[in-house]
Design a protein around this ligand. Structure first.
Ligand code: TYC
Length: 102
């Protein structure tokens, strides 16, 4: 506080910070070989999309080169990417799935 002797003080206010965990976009990349039906299946199976939604996102990837298929916590995003990459490898499709901090 400021007294007679002229001393000064600085009040540093701290914002009450609620830390939200960072979110990650999971993206699917286009390629020339993975069958469209396989991509639709992957989207239905791992991203809880109905057939129409899955087909629409698959077509977006096919036409634009990539699309965000969901946004998740780091751990969930990692799991989704691993699930997609595992299934693609099992079926010998070159499908690529990646994650990126939002
Ligand atoms: N381009 C592929 C084809 O013509 C289909 C495809 C769509 C592949 C989306 C990958 O993430 C993908 N068969």
């Amino acid at each position: 506080a400021e007294g007679d002797d002229g001393d000064t003080s600085v009040v540093v206010e701290t914002k009450p910070k609620t830390k939200r965990p960072p979110l990650y976009k999971v993206m699917l990349l286009n390629d020339d070989y993975t069958p469209m039906e396989f991509v639709v299946h992957v989207l239905e199976r791992f991203f809880a999309l109905n057939h129409a939604q899955a087909f629409e996102i698959m077509l977006t990837v096919h036409k634009k080169g990539l699309a965000v298929v969901g946004v998740f916590s780091h751990e969930i995003a990692e799991t989704k990417v691993a699930q997609v990459m595992d299934l693609a490898r099992q079926h010998q499709h070159p499908l690529q799935c990646t994650m990126e901090k939002e």
